[in-house]
Design a protein. Structure first.
Length: 392
């Protein structure tokens, strides 16, 4: 496999499907079988044939190949009261390989983990990155990846990285102002240095994949908002990740949210501040974790709540047209709970409901991620499962 995300995968459904494209038929069939085992658990060859729409001969051939590759195993018979000899269950070998996953959303530290194929975290590591940009930040990431790969107790299937900024399908960071990265072929460079397949995607898209695959999110209309050193969003509609024509869908952090007339909503946020992207008043300048920390530093509890609520209201104003245009069913926030889950989240939801039709917002959920700090790491593991096995 080559480094980088699988472009075709990003455009297809993220759940098992019976549709088969004419090109690359065997790879598609293999992916369908692995997806069924990943999402539904052990199945007999006959069950897999029925679920995928493939012939039993095709499924038997694919299972033989997967057994030879060590990705699946034959389990004990389970009669379950059925007449006749039961089919041998085939199960995904979650212990056969491990995955290195890295989350770059934090403004102060890089977080990484070793996970098994089921998404369970086996080992954690982190490294300080505060203040490092450009090649120095790449070097810090490479060092952490090496440390994690050395900690793995099974062959490493690949490395998944959730990076801030705009990331193209080959895993190159087109621009990530907060890291000082512009046209950095991150996946290719890391892959060459590590000798492993590396898959890099936008951190918000990565977190959205994690929430969708492991967190039980509704894939009909999900926006996952990541709040860290910057602010970004990943969007899943009808089971598919939205990329945009320039791979920049979800860049809400650089929507202008504060202007000189900032008292129009009764919650002044102060003069528009310069942003790393070169403009002033971006949502990131008030909602990023460093900005929030500066805003509430030294404040009494009531004043702190009011300051967070003012940012939350502005977030709701920014989100309202997006929620209305896409008819989203849930907005999930990933970031420090002590800053985001309380006055900020409540004010954002109130502003959303004020500025959208009841048919849009009455059933809308605005909640914190169910995966906690592991959401982006789980999503980075999904990048590898998708890129290497076609599973997500």
């Amino acid at each position: 496999m080559t480094a980088g995300t699988d472009t075709q995968h990003q455009r297809r459904l993220l759940r098992p499907t019976s549709k088969v494209l004419p090109e690359h038929a065997r790879a598609q069939h293999r992916s369908m079988v692995l997806q069924q085992l990943f999402h539904s658990g052990p199945r007999s060859r006959a069950d897999l044939a029925r679920a995928t729409g493939l012939t039993r001969v095709t499924v038997s051939d694919l299972v033989a190949s997967l057994l030879a590759d060590g990705l699946v195993t034959e389990l004990d018979f389970r009669a379950e009261g059925k007449v006749g000899k039961p089919g041998t269950p085939i199960g995904l070998r979650t212990d056969a390989f491990q995955i290195v996953a890295v989350d770059l959303a934090d403004d102060e530290r890089i977080h990484g983990a070793v996970l098994d194929l089921s998404g369970a975290v086996l080992e954690r590591r982190s490294a300080a990155v505060a203040g490092r940009t450009g090649q120095a930040a790449v070097d810090a990431l490479l060092d952490l990846c090496r440390e994690l790969a050395a900690a793995a107790t099974c062959p490493v299937l690949g490395v998944g990285v959730g990076s801030p900024g705009v990331v193209d399908p080959a895993g190159a960071v087109v621009q990530a102002p907060n890291r000082g990265w512009y046209d950095v072929p991150l996946a290719a460079d890391l892959s060459a240095a590590l000798g492993l397949p590396v898959h890099v995607a936008n951190d918000a898209n990565t977190a959205a994949l994690g929430e969708f695959t492991y967190g039980g999110a509704d894939g009909g209309g999900l926006l996952l908002l990541t709040v860290g050193g910057g602010v970004g969003a990943g969007i899943v509609l009808d089971g598919a990740l939205v990329q945009g024509h320039a791979h920049a869908a979800g860049e809400l952090g650089h929507v202008t949210a504060v202007d000189e007339r900032d008292d129009i909503d009764g919650a002044p946020l102060g003069r528009p501040q310069p942003c790393a992207c070169g403009r002033r008043g971006c949502l990131e300048t008030v909602l990023s974790v460093p900005s929030l920390r500066r805003r509430v530093e030294g404040l009494a509890p009531d004043a702190r709540d009011a300051a967070l609520a003012s940012v939350g209201r502005r977030l709701g104003i920014v989100l309202a047209p997006v929620v209305s245009a896409l008819n989203l069913s849930e907005v999930v926030i990933s970031g420090p709970r002590e800053l985001l889950d309380g006055p900020l989240r409540s004010a954002a939801l109130a502003a959303l409901r004020e500025r959208t039709m009841p048919v849009i917002s009455s059933g809308l959920q605005l909640r914190m991620t169910s995966l906690g700090e592991d959401g982006a790491l789980s999503g980075a593991a999904v990048l590898v499962l998708s890129g290497q096995l076609g599973v997500s």
